[in-house]
Design a protein around this ligand. Structure first.
Ligand SMILES: *Cc1c(COP(=O)(O)O)cnc(C)c1O
Length: 369
């Protein structure tokens, strides 16, 4: 990690220190309240649970420390993405979304934005720059794309988008603020599902929007306050707790993936492996240039659907599950989600288990096929 990332990680656990009075709890108190004592003037303090809550504020402070930008918390990753679309777009706008990213993001465009007069086009992540961004209000990428793990050049896309007058949104869920810094690379907005590695324990859904543009932050906050797309204080408290160990977990997960990916590639049962950390992966050079780490997602192809299922279900240290970013390693055969991939395509989400033991279990399951 870079010095800045280490400094960010080191101070994370001490963020509350300047605010503590004698006798205050060191951990974050959970404030469950819909109403607050609110006499007189109605500005500048907590009044009603749809407007603000001290536990969210503390979590947003921690997220802002990680993103180095103001953050707005949401009850899920999709709620955060919806807030960006519905809070910023209006009838007549065109948007461009990666064709191979999280499918539900495109679902919002197809099922809802269209009806409100917003047109969505799609383009593959690997060639996202081709064709430019003239006529677009907003471009939305997810890099590395999930589950294909293609990459686009965030700085180049941001530059070209800005020249065309378009905003760039990056879904940074797979990388977290420790793995990739889209705002530093020129993106206007980061969205993320904290459901994944940031919470990290597979027990809460959560999301956030980060931006250094105050108008965008205000628009997204207004959307939340008006529509009631608010997170529960308890979930915010859980994510706050998860974030305290994000750096540790993310480091282990990325190191594990770097240990396992080259070994997977040597295994005879596997016909293809994609991982940006492999020196000959099509994403590698760009990944080295723009990512802090290579992430913890690996995609691999087995001969058939049956073999993919056998591999996943027969491995003692893999949970058969959708989603990723938990402490456990998990995997999913992606044709069951409708991704356009070969039948034996598996997304492996590497967890926090010790590397040697994890590889031994994965190898044992592959050897049986
Ligand atoms: C999971 C995920 C989302 C959606 O997050 P939810 O918390 O499930 O709403 C969005 N983008 C990416 C890349 C994801 O992996």
């Amino acid at each position: 990690m870079t010095d800045t990332a280490n400094a960010r990680a080191a101070t994370l656990a001490h963020l509350r220190k300047p605010k503590l009075a004698k006798g205050d709890p060191i951990p974050l108190p959970l404030v469950m309240a819909s109403v607050f004592h609110a006499p007189g003037d109605a500005t500048g303090y907590n009044q009603y649970g749809r407007f603000s809550n001290p536990t969210w504020s503390e979590l947003e402070h921690m997220l802002a420390h990680l993103e180095d930008a103001p953050c707005v918390a949401f009850p899920s990753g999709m709620a955060a993405i919806s807030a960006v679309f519905f809070g910023l777009l209006k009838a007549g706008d065109r948007i461009l979304v990666a064709a191979d990213g999280y499918p539900t993001t495109r679902g919002i465009g197809e099922r809802y934005l269209k009806g409100f007069g917003v047109t969505m086009d799609v383009r593959p992540t690997a060639s996202f720059l081709d064709g430019g961004f003239d006529g677009y209000k907003l471009a939305f990428v997810e890099t590395p794309s999930n589950p294909g793990l293609d990459i686009c050049d965030i700085a180049a896309v941001a530059n070209t988008a800005h020249q065309a007058g378009a905003l760039l949104v990056v879904d940074n869920t797979t990388m977290t603020p420790f793995g990739q810094r889209p705002l530093e690379l020129g993106a206007d907005i980061v969205v993320a599902a904290d459901t994944k590695a940031p919470n990290g324990h597979s027990d809460v859904l959560f999301g956030h929007v980060a931006s250094r543009n105050p108008e965008i932050v205000t628009a997204v906050q207004d959307w939340r306050k008006t529509t009631g797309s608010i997170p529960s204080p308890f979930d915010a408290w859980m994510v706050h707790r998860g974030l305290e160990t994000l750096e540790l977990r993310f480091e282990r997960m990325c190191a594990n993936a770097e240990f396992i990916a080259p070994r997977l590639r040597e295994h005879p049962a596997i016909s293809a492996v994609r991982f940006p950390g492999l020196a000959d992966d099509p994403s590698h050079n760009l990944a080295r240039a723009q990512m802090e780490r290579f992430g913890f997602l690996i995609s691999l192809v087995l001969d058939s659907e049956e073999k993919a299922e056998d591999f996943i279900n027969g491995c003692a240290l893999i949970e058969a599950a959708t989603s990723f970013g938990g402490v456990h390693t998990s995997a999913e055969r992606r044709t069951r989600r409708g991704d356009v991939v070969p039948p034996g395509f598996v997304r492996l989400a590497v967890g926090c288990e010790p590397a040697e033991e994890l590889w031994a279990a994965i190898k044992a399951s592959l050897d049986r096929l």
